[in-house]
Design a protein around this ligand. Structure first.
Ligand SMILES: NC(=O)c1ccc[n+]([C@@H]2O[C@H](COP(=O)([O-])OP(=O)(O)OC[C@H]3O[C@@H](n4cnc5c(N)ncnc54)[C@H](O)[C@@H]3O)[C@@H](O)[C@H]2O)c1
Length: 317
C-alpha cells in the first residue's frame, strides 16, 4: 500500500491521474491503493463513487468482466450482471442473455432497474473459433443494441465503458466503411443485410467488430456530453482469459503468433489488469474523460507509433 500525502484529496487524485496520462496500469494501481487507504481514512471513503450505485455489466462470468464485476461489488455497487454463462461473482442480480439474439437482449433489459449509473460492455468472443457472423453480432451489434436500449436509463453523470482491442486499432484506415455501417439503425436485420452486401469491408470480423466499438464510442461522445453522460473504451493487449484459451484452441493460433502482440514487459495481462481500468474510467475520478479509446497495453501501441516495433496491425496509419 502507498502512503498518501497529508493533503491528499480528490483534487490531488484527479491531478495525479491526469499526470499519469494514458498509463492506466499505474492509474489502476493508484485507484486500488487509494481504495485500500480509504478504508483507514474516512475522508477518502468512496473515492471512486460507486457506493450504492446501480451498474450493469456484460461478460461478468469470466475474464475482464468478472474482475470488473468483483471490484464493483467490493466497492459497494449494486451490480446487475448479464452473461450467457453462469456468473459466480456475488452480484445483486445475474441475468442470462445471448448478445447475438435481440429477443434475448430485450428480455434481459426488462429485468434491469429503471435507473442505472453505468454500463460496462465486456462480453465478447474471438474469431476463430466463433464464426464471422457470430463475432460481429456478439462483439458489436449486440453491444450497440443493448447500449441504446439502456441509454434512457443512464442518469446524468453516468458513464459507459466498453472493451475494444488492439486488434481494432487500425480503425483509421477503415473509418469510412465503419462510419457507413454505423449510420444504419441499430437493428440486427440491418446489420446482417450490410454484412451480406459488404463482405470485404468486414472480412476481418474480429477487427471490424472492435473498430466499430472504437468509432461508435467517439461518434456517441458529443450527443452523450449534452446529457452529461460519458463514453469510453479500452483496447487491451493479449490477456490471459477464457477468450485467449478459445482463440488458441488446440494450436489454431500458435503461441509464437500471439507473442508478437505482447508488450515489451513480455507477458499477458491478467483479467484484473483490464477490468480495473474499466472501473476507473466509469468512476467519478474520470469525470471529464469521454470519447476516448485508451490502449491498455503496457506501451505496445506507443512502441508502434514511435517506430520501435513493426506495425503488424497497421495501427499507425
Ligand atoms: N483476452 C484477450 O486477449 C483480449 C484482448 C483484447 C480484447 N479482448 C476483449 O475483451 C473482452 C472480454 O474478454 P475476456 O478476455 O475477458 O474473455 P472471457 O472469455 O474470459 O470473457 C468473455 C465473457 O463474455 C461472455 N459471452 C460470450 N459470448 C456471449 C454471448 N453470446 N452473450 C453474452 N455473453 C457472452 C462469456 O460468457 C464471458 O463471460 C471481449 O470483448 C474481448 O473481445 C480480449
Amino acid at each position: 500500500m502507498i502512503t498518501l500525502p497529508p493533503a491528499c484529496n480528490s483534487v490531488w487524485l484527479n491531478n495525479t491521474i491526469t499526470r499519469l496520462g494514458v498509463d492506466l496500469s499505474s492509474a489502476r494501481f493508484l485507484a486500488r491503493s487509494v481504495q485500500n487507504a480509504s478504508q483507514e481514512d474516512g475522508s477518502l471513503n468512496d473515492i471512486l463513487g460507486y457506493s450504492g450505485k446501480t451498474v450493469v455489466i456484460t461478460g461478468a462470468a469470466s475474464g475482464m468482466g468478472q474482475a470488473a464485476a468483483q471490484l464493483l461489488v467490493d466497492l459497494g455497487a449494486k451490480v446487475i450482471a448479464l452473461d450467457i454463462a453462469p456468473v459466480t461473482v456475488p452480484v445483486a442480480s445475474a441475468i442470462e442473455v445471448d448478445m447475438k439474439d435481440p429477443a434475448s437482449i430485450d428480455a434481459a433489459v426488462q429485468s434491469v432497474p429503471p435507473k442505472i449509473y453505468a454500463l460496462f460492455n465486456c462480453a465478447g468472443v474471438p474469431c476463430p473459433p466463433f464464426s464471422n457472423t457470430d463475432t460481429l453480432l456478439i462483439n458489436f451489434v449486440g453491444l450497440r443494441y443493448l447500449t441504446e436500449a439502456l441509454l434512457p436509463r443512464i442518469t446524468e453523470g453516468g458513464a459507459i465503458a466498453s472493451i475494444a482491442s488492439t486488434a481494432g486499432m487500425a480503425w483509421k484506415g477503415n473509418v469510412e466503411n465503419v462510419k457507413t455501417f454505423l449510420q444504419l439503425d441499430n437493428s440486427f436485420a440491418s446489420a446482417n443485410a450490410w454484412f451480406e452486401k459488404n463482405p470485404e469491408a468486414c472480412a476481418d470480423a474480429y477487427g471490424f467488430s472492435k473498430q466499430s466499438i472504437i468509432v461508435y464510442t467517439m461518434m456517441q461522445a458529443k450527443a452523450l456530453a449534452q446529457k452529461g453522460i460519458r463514453i469510453n473504451c479500452i483496447a487491451p493487449s493479449p490477456t490471459a482469459s477464457g477468450f485467449m484459451d478459445k482463440l488458441k484452441g488446440e494450436g489454431q493460433m500458435p503461441d509464437e503468433l500471439v507473442d508478437l502482440f505482447l508488450p515489451s514487459n513480455g507477458r499477458y495481462a491478467t483479467g484484473a489488469e483490464m477490468g480495473e481500468p474499466l472501473v476507473l474510467l466509469n468512476s467519478k475520478l474520470a469525470s471529464f474523460v469521454s470519447g476516448n479509446n485508451i490502449p491498455v497495453d503496457f506501451g505496445f501501441c506507443a512502441e508502434v507509433y514511435m517506430g520501435q516495433r513493426d506495425d503488424l496491425l497497421n495501427i499507425s496509419q
